[in-house]
Design a binder for this molecule. Structure first.
Ligand SMILES: *Cc1c(COP(=O)(O)O)cnc(C)c1O
Length: 359
């Protein structure tokens, strides 16, 4: 008998994040990880600093104040909220609690790289479903459901596509899937979309839908690791059983609560992003680069082929700009570009125009 990990673990390919360092550039323009170009709310920073006085004390285990703040701001039921170290942790609880050896976990073709990792870590089998022209295809998801399916991870708006399916389509999917399947709506970019609640109402009217949200994107707290989930009480009760009691620190809880209460800052980030992502897409189209309309805080720039995308990536790097190659997401010919602030957007477009010989 030798020491071996559980089945499935060695099939996991390590997650590769967006690069943050660039040789020869001390502070590159980082447009590779969908981070908030305006940083975190200053109230969140103040709350974080204030929390230093409590570092010797264990944090609360029930996250009651943060859940109450989230419930108040979003008009939700605090009893159905669970908080995690990033929404990644909530996504992990779902796989851990509901999928195991012999079970299947559905994710879509261009979905988040974490989904197959979480499925395998739970011993389950990830099942990839094709999208249609970079848009989630709910019929294809339904067709892929079997006796063994336990979870469906669906990102809406999608990453790295930026496309979104209407809430009515999500509702039809929730109604049509087999009784033993949970539909997980990963809402990392919901705040950037127009008129979409992330599926909160679907959660409240059904027993098989869970929504996850994050403080990493619009709230600019990716470095602090805070996310949350909203689901039926029975499911949240299950997830809480595997959650470590002290999974969030006093600092995380304090900063997150201040961030979500700073609705003025959130609105500023949302409206600037909405304005600049349209500008960015229009400029890409002017340069002859294909780009779908985005509902998120990034655009997917599709070049003629992989070679051109790689060439543009290299040209941007030479100018101290980092964007994301997305070959691992099924787009070798594309670059995902986070919507920066106004100066950042202008700088990346100038650099791409030079690469295209148009400037
Ligand atoms: C960024 C992102 C998340 C957020 O992850 P955190 O763990 O909350 O930082 C979740 N899902 C998708 C698709 C993302 O792009």
């Amino acid at each position: 008998m030798s020491i071996t990990p559980q089945p499935g673990i060695m099939d996991i390919a390590l997650y590769v994040g967006g690069q943050s360092k660039l040789e020869g550039h001390s502070s590159p323009l980082k447009l590779s990880s969908n981070e908030n170009p305006y940083g975190p709310s200053r109230h969140a920073v103040a709350a974080l600093e204030g929390s230093a006085a409590t570092l010797h004390l264990y944090p609360p285990t029930d996250h009651a104040d943060l859940r109450a703040a989230i419930a108040e701001i979003h008009g939700l039921d605090a009893e159905r909220i669970i908080c995690g170290a990033g929404s990644d942790e909530v996504l992990q609880f779902l796989a851990q609690c509901y999928a195991g050896p012999g079970d299947e976990v559905i994710h879509t073709e261009h979905g988040f790289a974490m989904y197959p990792i979480l499925a395998r870590a739970a011993g389950a089998t990830p099942v990839e479903v094709r999208e249609r022209d970079r848009v989630v295809d709910t019929d294809a998801i339904l067709a892929a459901c079997t006796e063994r399916t336990r979870l469906i991870y669906l990102t809406n708006p999608g990453n790295p596509t930026g496309t979104m399916i209407p809430v009515e389509a999500v509702a039809r999917l929730a109604d049509a899937i087999p009784d033993h399947v949970i539909l997980v709506l990963d809402g990392a970019y919901v705040e950037f979309a127009e008129g979409y609640d992330g599926g909160a109402k679907l959660v409240e009217s059904r027993n098989n839908v869970v929504m996850t949200r994050t403080f990493s994107k619009i709230h600019g707290l990716g470095g602090l690791r805070i996310g949350w989930g909203y689901g039926p009480r029975e499911i949240i009760d299950v997830l809480n059983r595997v959650r470590q009691p002290f999974n969030l620190s006093n600092s995380q809880l304090a900063a997150a609560e201040a961030a979500i209460r700073d609705t003025g800052f959130t609105e500023h980030c949302r409206s600037e992003n909405a304005r600049l992502r349209v500008w960015l897409r229009d400029k890409l189209l002017d340069l002859g680069i294909a780009c779908d309309e985005s509902q998120a805080n990034y655009v997917l720039a599709r070049f003629a082929d992989e070679e051109e995308a790689a060439g543009c990536d290299a040209a941007l790097r030479a100018e101290g700009i980092l964007v994301r190659r997305v070959g691992g997401y099924g787009f070798p010919e594309a670059l995902r570009i986070t919507v920066g602030d106004e100066a950042g957007c202008a700088r990346v477009i100038d650099a791409i125009a030079r690469f295209k010989g148009a400037a």
